[in-house]
Design a protein around this ligand. Structure first.
Ligand code: EPZ
Length: 434
């Protein structure tokens, strides 16, 4: 296991290139199983989650081959229907294999994913969608058994108590592409990653209307064919680097991003007095080095186009050094505050009240040894360490490697003092106790 050693207090300066979106690539890999023809996927980020999804796909009998540093080819001539616990438990996104298996094989046996530190990760809406399409669902021994012999189009409402479901929408749409008849999905997710997936399905021959809206209409077809498809830029990675520029008072440009995918973040940053610009249709720039008055803000996370829950922890780190009282309310994953106790170790003044974090901005944070817990909480700790006075050690950085492609290399190129070291090199007296 590696750790990051960060020496904070330096303003970041320079340009970073946004990579392909993890949360688009994962369902897109699954969608490649909907045809027996080769599917080539480009602009794929180099992440452990991607490599892991490829491993599961091979386990199911398909070929998954990396044909370039950022491109994969998947050919599902052969396919079996069982995704085992020891693979699924390691990555929740593998639940989105259910839809393609149902569509292709009319049967799927997939382990129920465990919860994770950001809270319970139910799949009731996924199963409601499949049942609505005529499948029978049974839970046995921790596995979902899906019988899709009577799969057919239907009207399905996919909204849950926290709004729409991204992977639930992906799953049901993929099943519907090969279901005889017409499926109308209400309260579908319209995250850019789901739009990217639907665009690939259409390129494979699927008939989908309403892409990008909360109401999708899918007309089932006999079969889908191969295609080549490009993954959209990762808006969460881009947003993380913009916040890195803001939190360190630097001047950072993110190239290859899509500003429209980050409208809610840009709106909140501007409201908080952070000068962010969109120099071109595919770039973002934050001028934290310019004199500007910072203001506290209230943030509420919501499904797209609301403020992304995946940027909540990073925003929390920025607001920890924003003068005044800010409030962040987490409406998507109400328990998603694992970063708060670690930020408090760095001097942040944050109180959790239910699903809200009440943040009293501090002059500065101070470096400390902290523990990463999940992907975005870990990113927040890196951002805080970059802004803090002194040295921080961040343990269990494998969490970060799941969603950020060499974040330490990227940040060093922007002038950060950050090193990736083997855990053994961390001073013993700094290691967290149990
Ligand atoms: C996707 O997860 C992302 N992961 C998450 O990113 C992201 O936080 C989330 O969407 C919300 O944007 C991938 O795309 C691989 P949901 P997903 O279903 O689809 C509840 C990251 O850091 N719900 O949209 O699994 C659920 O509990 C990860 O990159 C049900 O109640 O999330 C949550 O409260 C973390 N029943 C809300 O809906 C269900 O059947 C939204 O979850 C499904 C979800």
């Amino acid at each position: 296991m590696d750790v990051f050693r960060v020496n904070g207090g330096r303003a970041l300066r320079g340009t970073v290139q946004a990579r392909g979106a993890k949360n688009a690539a994962l369902p897109i890999f699954a969608a490649a199983l909907l045809t027996d023809e080769p599917v080539t996927i480009t602009n794929v980020p180099d992440l452990s989650d991607i490599r892991f999804m490829a491993e599961i796909i091979r386990h199911l009998g398909a070929e998954a081959e990396r044909v370039a540093p950022d491109a994969w080819r998947i050919t599902a001539k052969k396919l079996t229907n069982r995704a085992p616990y020891d693979l699924v438990r390691k990555m929740r996104a593998s639940v989105c294999l259910m839809g393609p298996l149902l569509a292709r094989l009319r049967s799927a046996i997939v382990s129920i994913p465990g919860g994770c530190v950001i809270g319970p990760r139910p799949i009731d809406l996924h199963l409601k969608g499949f049942t609505g399409l005529g499948c029978s669902v049974s839970i046995e021994g921790g596995y979902v058994h899906l019988d899709g012999r009577h799969l057919r189009g239907a009207d399905v409402f996919l909204g849950g108590r926290h709004g729409s479901t991204a992977l639930g929408t992906a799953n049901v749409v993929m099943a519907a592409t090969l279901a005889p008849g017409v499926t109308r999905l209400e309260s579908a997710a319209c995250e850019p990653e789901i739009v990217n997936l639907c665009e690939m399905l259409v390129a494979m021959g699927a008939k989908i209307r309403g892409i990008g809206s909360h109401a999708l209409e899918i007309e089932g077809v006999e079969r889908l064919h191969g295609t080549t498809h490009r993954v959209i830029p990762d808006r969460i990675e881009a947003g993380t680097y913009i916040i890195a520029g803001a939190i360190t008072g630097g001047d950072v440009t993110v190239e290859g991003a899509i500003p429209g995918h980050l409208a809610a973040l840009l709106d909140k940053l501007r409201e908080s007095g952070v000068p962010v610009e969109t120099p071109s249709p595919t770039s973002l720039r934050v001028r934290g080095d310019r004199p500007h008055r910072r203001q506290p803000v209230d943030v509420i996370t919501m499904p797209h186009p609301g403020f992304a829950t995946d940027l909540q922890a990073q925003m929390c780190a920025l607001l920890a050094i924003t003068p005044g009282l800010s409030i962040i309310t987490e409406k998507v994953f109400p328990n998603r505050f694992m970063h708060v106790p670690e930020l408090q170790r760095m001097g942040a003044d944050i109180a959790i009240e239910g699903a809200s974090a009440i943040i009293k901005g501090q002059e500065r944070l101070s470096g400390a040894p902290v523990m990463a817990s999940d992907l975005r909480a870990s990113a927040a700790l890196v951002l805080a360490a970059l802004a803090a006075r002194g040295e921080s050690w961040i343990q269990r950085v494998y969490h970060i490697d799941r969603g950020y492609d060499r974040i330490d290399t990227q940040l060093r190129a922007l002038g950060a003092e950050i090193d990736r070291l083997p855990a053994e090199q961390m001073p013993k007296h700094l290691e967290a106790g149990d």
